[in-house]
Design a protein around this ligand. Structure first.
Ligand SMILES: [Zn+2]
Length: 269
């Protein structure tokens, strides 16, 4: 079983590989046409633990950041095909008690409210953790070897979600393409899964560049499209539960033909 998993930051109509509502609809429609059914992390965990079955063609639609389009356009496109997604949120800008740094990402202007996030969850989406201020986790491991800032980032994110939505997140998405062994160790204490993000072939880990394929232990050369080996792009029963992949929709699989090839690649043994 190979489970394709996509990622994006909501509707982003600008730039070289824009993700408009229409384009998202086109891609998600391809998954529907091929008979894929969306699953969340609970189903993934049950399957890994041998206590649950997956649909014949499972797919995961992951999303990072609590931006407005997640609760509206993105949710509506997925719902049109009977799908729901998994959203990972940073909490700093939504948490008045957070006095630390704020995310340096460009998308903090127009965020969902906690009420809207609750509504999204009630509609069948899962919500996971993505730190408080979205730090570069590779750089942070060098800047703060004690790990104190890292633990604060994780604990305060969990605390905000618990206070406002009434549950503790079970799953975590690493920020950008950054990772550290210290962050993974802390993530393992708090969460069930950790998810990475594929936009090319490289990541940053423990203050240094690293090939994505090497980080996740998949042998072989990178592919001609500039991304990691095909096998590294799917969740399998052998995937490291804290180094799960996700394919950015605005990069390697942006073109409908490339997206279709990615999904079809899950169907071959
Ligand atoms: Zn992020």
């Amino acid at each position: 079983m190979r489970i394709p998993i996509t990622m994006c930051h909501g509707i982003r109509p600008a730039g070289e590989k824009p993700l408009t509502v229409e384009h998202l609809d086109r891609l998600v429609g391809i998954a529907a046409e091929l008979g894929f059914e969306s699953i969340g992390y609970d189903a993934l965990a049950a399957w890994r633990d041998g206590v649950g079955m997956l649909p014949e063609r499972p797919i995961m639609f992951d999303f990072d950041h609590p931006v407005r389009s997640m609760g509206y356009e993105v949710r509506e496109v997925l719902a049109k095909y009977g799908y729901s997604g998994n959203l990972f949120i940073y909490t700093g800008p939504l948490d008045p008690t957070w006095k630390g740094p704020q995310p340096g990402t460009s998308d903090t202007d127009d965020l969902l409210t906690w009420d809207e996030l609750g509504t999204l969850r009630e509609s069948g989406w899962s919500i996971g953790a993505h730190t408080s201020s979205h730090p570069d986790l590779s750089a942070l491991s060098i800047k703060d070897p004690s790990g104190e800032m890292l633990r604060e980032e994780l604990d305060r994110c969990n605390d905000a979600i618990q206070r406002h939505l009434g549950f503790l997140p079970k799953d975590f998405a690493f920020t950008s393409t950054t990772w550290s062994s210290a962050a993974e160790a802390e993530v393992m204490k708090r969460y069930r899964f950790g998810r990475l993000w594929i936009i090319g072939s490289e990541d940053k880990a423990d203050g240094k560049p690293i090939r994505y394929a090497d980080l996740v232990g998949i042998p072989g050369p990178d592919e001609a499209d500039g991304g990691p080996p095909s096998a590294a792009r799917y969740i399998t029963i052998e995937s490291h539960p804290y180094r799960l992949p996700s394919m950015e929709l605005q990069q390697l699989v942006h073109e409908p033909a490339a997206f279709r090839r990615y999904l079809e690649g899950a169907l071959v043994e």
